[in-house]
Design a protein around this ligand. Structure first.
Ligand SMILES: [Zn+2]
Length: 172
């Protein structure tokens, strides 16, 4: 089994990844939850919360996966995260520009952007908060950086009519 693929425990009816239980939700659930958070907190605080939550979901998960393959170089760890991002259904990412000093991630497809367009049409602001946090967590774990040194944002989003989603991570 590849480290980045979920393992189904038929005896307990659980899907496991890095010894953590995972579940899948469709775009209706994920986008309705996202919009509810934004309605409650406002766009700025909702974005900050969702990015932070995604980062703190991805970082420990990937830290465990990387610990199983300590010989991997940074680029290979990031490619593992790229495969994981895809196999979990979040989209097709290109992280080849990302280094320990930060960089950009292109989303060739994004679950959140496609889902937002399907449910509510063109968005008024970027919607891929989970991917921003996921990639911050991935870089944190791969380069063994303290989380507080990372900042991330989405520069363009397919949900707003851009061809691709483009994420940027800075390491301070
Ligand atoms: Zn996007």
């Amino acid at each position: 089994m590849s480290a980045e693929r979920p393992d189904f425990d038929a005896g307990r009816n659980l899907l496991l990844l890095g010894e953590r239980r995972i579940i899948f939700h469709c775009h209706h659930y994920n986008l309705f939850l996202q919009r509810s958070i934004e309605d409650g907190l406002g766009p700025e605080e909702a974005t900050r919360l969702q990015v932070a939550a995604a980062m703190e979901s991805a970082r420990p998960l990937l830290t465990k996966l990387y610990a199983k393959e300590p010989e991997l170089a940074l680029v290979d760890k990031l490619l593992l995260a790229q495969r994981l991002f895809g196999s979990l259904g979040f989209g097709q990412a290109d992280c080849t520009d990302l280094t320990a000093h930060g960089g950009q991630i292109r989303l060739l497809t994004s679950h959140y952007a496609i889902g937002w367009l399907a449910k509510w049409g063109t968005a008024s602001r970027p919607v891929c908060h989970f991917p921003v946090g996921f990639w911050m967590g991935a870089l944190c774990a791969a380069a063994e950086l303290p989380p507080e040194r990372l900042q991330g944002r989405e520069l363009s989003c397919h949900a707003q009519g851009d061809a691709r989603c483009l994420l940027e991570i800075e390491v301070l």
